[in-house]
Design a protein around this ligand. Structure first.
Ligand code: NAI
Length: 319
C-alpha cells in the first residue's frame, strides 16, 4: 500500500536478530526497503556457545524475499564491530535496535558473581557498546533512532531474576539520558518492555498464552518509533505484547514537606505518612529539574510554623 511506513535507503542494525523478536524486526525491516545488519552470536538462551547459523538463516530469508541484509556474529560486548559491519557494507547507520539478550535465572540466595556479571555484560555493556559506536555517526548526520529493550522484570521485579531485573531497568535510565543528549541532533531513543513467545519464554508460559504473544506483534510499535516521522516520542517507555501497546511514566505523590529545623524528626514523618503516599494529586515528573522546581515552590510557600526560612543545605536534624 502507498501509505506503508518505509525505510528505503536506511541502514538498520538489529542485535540478537537470529531468533525471537530480533528476527521478527530484521525480516520486517528487510521487507520495507531497509538494509539490515543481522547480528547474532548464536548462543543458547543462557549465553553458552556460539554459531554463525542463527544470523545466516535470517540473512538468507531476507535476501530470498528480495531484501538486503548482511550477517554479523560478534557479541554485543564488541558493539564497535557490529557497527563497523554496517559502515563497511552499507556506508552508514540510521537505526540501532538493541535487542540481544540472555537469561541466568537463579534465586538471589544462590546467585553467583558469574550469573550477575554475564547478564550485566550482555545487556548493559552490550547496549552501551553498540550505541556508543553508532553515536558519532548519528551526531554527524544529525539523524539516529535507538530502541533499547527493557522488561517487565526490570520495571517491577521478578522472582529468580535479580540480575536480569537490574540489567533491564538499567535500559530505562540509559534510554532517558540518550533521549536528552540526542534530542538536538534528531537522535530519538525509546525503550520497550516487550512480551512475546520465544525460546526465552516458551518454558515459563503455557502454550495457549504463547499462541497469543507472537513476536510479530511487537514489530509495528518498533517500526513506528524508529521511523523518520517520529520526532515526538523520545525517551518513552512502552509496554508491548499480544497486540496491546501502552506507555508508562513515573508518578509522584503530592508529598510531605517538613520544615528543616529540629521538628524534622523520624516521628514527624511517621505522623504524616499518609501525605507521603497520597496519590490523589499526582505529578508526572520527566526530569531531575522537576524536583528542584518543586522544592523551590515549597520553599517560597514557607511551611515552617515558626516562620523560619527553609534551608535544604544541611539544616536537617537527624532525631
Ligand atoms: P531470544 O533468545 O529468542 O533472542 C535473543 C537473541 O540474542 C538470541 O538469538 C541470542 O543468540 C542473541 N544473543 C544472546 N547474547 C548475545 C550476544 N552477547 N551478542 C549478540 N547476540 C546475542 O529471546 P527474545 O525473547 O527474542 O528476546 C529479545 C529481547 O527481548 C531480549 O533482550 C530479552 O531480554 C527481551 N525481552 C523478551 C521478553 C519476551 O517475552 N520474549 C520479555 C521481556 C524482555
Amino acid at each position: 500500500a502507498a501509505d506503508q511506513l518505509r525505510y528505503d535507503g536506511q541502514v538498520i542494525v538489529v542485535t540478537g536478530a537470529g531468533g525471537g523478536l530480533g528476527k521478527a524486526y530484521a525480516t520486517f525491516f528487510g521487507s520495507r526497503g531497509a538494509k539490515v545488519v543481522v547480528n547474532d552470536l548464536g548462543s543458547s538462551f543462557k549465553g553458552e556457545g556460539n554459531s554463525t547459523k542463527a544470523a545466516d538463516v535470517v540473512v538468507d530469508e531476507i535476501k530470498k524475499a528480495g531484501g538486503q541484509a548482511v550477517a554479523n556474529y560478534d557479541s554485543v560486548e564488541n558493539g564497535e564491530k557490529i557497527i563497523e559491519t554496517a559502515i563497511k557494507n552499507f556506508g552508514r547507520i540510521d537505526v540501532l535496535i538493541n535487542n540481544a539478550g540472555i537469561l541466568r535465572d537463579v534465586s538471589f540466595k544462590n546467585m553467583k558473581d558469574d550469573d550477575w556479571d554475564l547478564i550485566t555484560k550482555v545487556h548493559i555493556k552490550g547496549a552501551y557498546k553498540c550505541a556508543r559506536a553508532a553515536w558519532p555517526y548519528f551526531r554527524k548526520q544529525k539523524y539516529g533512532r535507538v530502541i533499547n529493550t527493557a522488561s517487565a522484570a526490570g520495571l517491577f521485579g521478578s522472582f529468580g531474576q535479580a540480575n536480569y531485573s537490574a540489567a533491564k531497568l538499567a535500559q530505562v535510565g540509559f534510554t532517558e539520558t540518550l533521549a536528552k543528549e540526542g534530542a538536538k541532533y534528531n537522535i530519538i531513543s525509546n525503550v520497550i518492555a516487550p512480551i512475546a513467545a520465544s525460546r526465552m519464554t516458551e518454558t515459563v508460559m503455557p502454550p495457549e498464552m504463547l499462541a497469543n504473544l507472537r513476536p510479530e506483534w511487537v514489530v509495528p510499535l518498533v517500526a513506528v518509533l524508529v521511523h523518520k516521522n517520529n520526532t515526538d516520542e523520545n525517551g518513552s517507555i512502552l509496554e508491548v505484547g499480544g497486540g496491546h501497546i501502552a506507555k508508562l511514566r513515573w508518578q509522584r505523590s503530592s508529598g510531605l514537606l517538613l520544615k528543616a529545623d529540629d521538628s524534622y524528626t523520624p516521628g514527624a514523618i511517621l505522623k504524616k505518612w499518609d501525605k507521603v503516599v497520597d496519590f490523589s494529586e499526582p505529578q508526572y515528573p520527566s526530569g531531575p529539574n522537576d524536583f528542584m522546581t518543586l522544592l523551590e515552590e515549597s520553599m517560597k510557600m514557607g511551611s515552617s510554623d515558626k516562620g523560619e526560612t527553609l534551608d535544604f543545605k544541611g539544616k536537617v536534624a537527624v532525631v
